[in-house]
Write a new protein. Structure first.
Length: 698
């Protein structure tokens, strides 16, 4: 057997074994896809959509609760652009510069490769199939096309303008490509725990024949995708969909199945290899770059001992089926109740004269009944339990999907803003494992992307970069300017204010009981402590709200140079104006003999430090007034923020001038405030707060 025949046989044999090992998973994928497309009765009735002679009252309603939940999860990943962070491998200046260039290049290709759309596609496939795969590769046929001029063309006379008559051909300069692969297209060595543990990985794709011929510079002849090959693939792969192979305007004969076998380094092949072949022909063998299989797997729900995991759609199928069955029963009962059956002696009722046709007319013979009139038996109507079961099933699906009403933009199940916030936080905590799986996979893919660029880029590139502040920049770089050894991190959903709620609560508890010090807690929560991390007012507000959580727990820290101080001041003071905060402050003050909560002191101290950091602004103390009703004066709370922003502050409550100070007693942050009657003092109430001389916090 020749080497080509041996390699071809090896690849096809691996495909058969891998599909056989994943057969149960592929059948599960097929069922999930059909159910997600609302073809549920087709599956439950074993291929028959309706009965041959069904009663008029029979109902088969399909309420798809899966699509809204999955679409809500997808929209979560589309809310913000990623925050890309790079740290140099060493402290050398060259590595620092390479890390900065790598960050800008990564941001450029995030937009160029339309990764936002591909992340949405990844989330959809993983939620339905249980797994999705993201591959990074270099395509020599991608990117801009540059002119190759004919021999003897007058290049000097073109003066920057291309004369198309002098162009012999257009040559692509090559570019990286990100491919989203789905179940039924990626197979790995049976017995391997994951891609990193697999000795080989096989990717099966349906491509246009012209594209394959251009890519490999070979004529395929009659190697097109014919009926024999369709049957061959369908025989082994239950998730294989022949109708999906032909795009609009293409016939199967114009497409070909391309097998790509990634094989890690072995004693025989020290550099590893990547085998390209069709069903009947080997096309090419390439060395494996760095011996890496540059494919990452995203699993929706991980299972112990299972490499493929499962999906939320798969787990919701039994509840979705029972929900539709129960709802159909309720509608059937309603139809029967709205069209009752009628008892009538034979010949006593002309059914043609009925204005409102009943469900059925039952005629009986008085003679045969021997004077005994049949007794009418009324069946029970729809039970209230039926509707309770519907609500329970709906709640269970929401629990599984981690998508309750507040997370989907509705407030039906929330009676207050605090309730909605807690519901969102609970959904976020359950959603965190899937979120981190996606972000970790994207980060690994980002490193593969830099490696592909560094290994294949020829010459110099000039690209346009758009930053978070929407300012454009131009970057000129070569392959040697990029570092694929730097620490790279993509933050998508994790940068949202609620995404790490569960982690935050756990870390705060560990800090409160003394198991973690402040620095360890900040490191675990990845709290932003470096300058210039956040750009734009929205991100500064998110940062300030995160700081409020730390300040509420008693952690004290100074502002950083990259903060937008007026925005931070307004967000910190707004925390004191929340209804729950006002109630807590007044209750604490009344129960502790004039002492103020430590977190209030911490927030006001931090706000004053922000004000001190504003250039050209003399520090003015922060002051709050509390009335007899226990309400914080919002105008007083906003005064420092308005002054910091260069605005004229409003007058205080009751015509009082702008508040001038809130201070602790001499001796440090004890949490106890001096309280003295002020101009707005009400009988029996709490007046203005006076502090140490100068009105500054000590």
């Amino acid at each position: 057997m020749t080497d080509e025949a041996a390699d071809l046989t090896l690849v096809l044999d691996r495909y058969k074994r891998a599909v056989q090992a994943d057969r149960d998973y592929l059948q599960e994928v097929e069922e999930c896809r059909r159910s997600y497309a609302s073809d549920q009765w087709l599956i439950w009735r074993h291929g028959r959509m309706v009965e041959a002679h069904r009663p008029k009252h029979r109902v088969r309603i399909t309420v798809n609760k899966l699509i809204p939940a999955v679409e809500s999860i997808r929209s979560t990943f589309l809310r913000v652009d990623p925050t890309i962070k790079t740290e140099p491998a060493t402290d050398q200046d060259s590595d620092r510069k390479a890390a900065e260039v790598s960050k800008k290049v990564s941001r450029h290709y995030w937009r160029t490769l339309k990764m936002k759309k591909k992340v949405s596609e990844i989330v959809l496939k993983s939620c339905v199939d249980g797994n999705a795969w993201l591959r990074s590769r270099w395509d020599n046929q991608a990117g801009r096309r540059l002119p190759k001029f004919k021999e003897g063309a007058d290049l000097a006379g073109m003066a920057g303008r291309v004369s198309y008559g002098d162009v012999e051909s257009w040559v692509p300069e090559g570019d990286p490509v990100a491919d989203v692969l789905m179940a039924g297209s990626v197979f790995m060595e049976p017995g391997a725990k994951d891609i990193d543990d697999a000795a080989w990985v096989l990717v099966v794709e349906s491509l246009k024949k012209d594209e394959v011929e251009q890519r490999f510079k070979k004529e395929l002849g009659k190697d097109g995708l014919g009926s024999d090959e369709l049957n061959y693939l369908d025989e082994y792969n239950p998730a294989f969909e022949p109708e999906n192979l032909a795009s609009t305007g293409d016939s199967n004969s114009e497409r070909v199945i391309l097998f790509q076998c990634y094989e890690r380094p072995t004693k025989k092949h020290a550099k590893g290899r990547l085998i390209f072949c069709t069903k009947g022909r080997k096309l090419r063998i390439d060395p494996l770059p760095k011996g890496e299989i540059r494919i990452v797997q995203i699993t929706n729900i991980e299972l112990v001992g299972e490499r493929n995991g499962t999906s939320v759609v798969c787990q919701a199928l039994p509840m979705q089926a029972e929900y539709n069955r129960t709802r159909s029963m309720g509608i059937e009962d309603k139809r029967l109740a709205s069209r009752p059956q009628v008892l009538s002696p034979i010949g006593a009722l002309d059914t043609d004269e009925l204005d409102n046709e009943p469900g059925r007319v039952i005629e009986w013979d008085p003679g045969a009944a021997q004077g005994e009139k049949p007794e009418w038996f009324r069946g029970p109507g729809p039970s209230p339990i039926l509707y309770q079961e519907l609500q329970i099933l709906s709640d269970e699906i929401d629990d599984l999907m981690s998508r309750h009403d507040p997370s989907m933009g509705a407030m039906r199940g929330a009676t207050s803003g605090k309730h909605a916030e807690r519901s969102q936080a609970a959904d976020a905590s359950r959603f965190s494992p899937a979120m981190w799986n996606v972000e970790d996979a994207i980060t690994t893919w980002g490193r593969y992307l830099l490696s592909d660029i560094k290994e294949n880029l020829k010459g110099e590139r000039i690209v346009r970069i758009t930053g978070d502040n929407h300012k454009a920049d131009v970057v000129k770089f070569m392959a040697t300017d990029i570092s694929d050894d730097c620490h790279l991190e993509y933050s998508l959903v994790s940068q949202l204010e609620w995404s790490t709620e569960k982690l935050r609560q756990t870390v705060m508890w560990l800090h409160s009981v003394g198991l973690l010090d402040k620095n360890q807690a900040l490191e675990m929560l990845k709290f932003p402590i470096k300058d210039g991390i956040y750009e734009g007012s929205y991100n500064h507000r998110i940062n300030a709200r995160k700081e409020n959580e730390f300040l509420r727990s008693g952690m004290m820290f100074p502002p950083v140079g990259g903060d937008d101080h007026p925005i931070h001041i307004m967000e910190h003071l707004a925390e004191l104006s929340q209804p729950e905060a006002r109630e807590e402050i007044v209750q604490y003050y009344q129960e502790n003999n004039g002492k103020w909560p430590q977190w209030v002191v911490a927030i006001l101290t931090h706000a004053q430090q922000h004000q001190k950091a504003i250039p050209g602004e003399k520090p003015a103390p922060v002051r709050q007034s509390v009335s007899l009703r226990g309400e914080l004066d919002p105008r007083a709370a906003m005064a420092i923020g308005q002054k910091a922003a260069g605005q004229t502050g409003p007058a205080g409550a009751g015509g009082q001038e702008e508040p001038q100070g809130l201070a602790t007693p001499p001796g440090g942050m004890s949490g106890e405030m001096y309280m003295a009657p002020g101009p707005t003092q009400e009988p029996g109430g709490v007046g203005g707060m006076e502090g140490t001389p100068g009105g500054e916090l000590q």
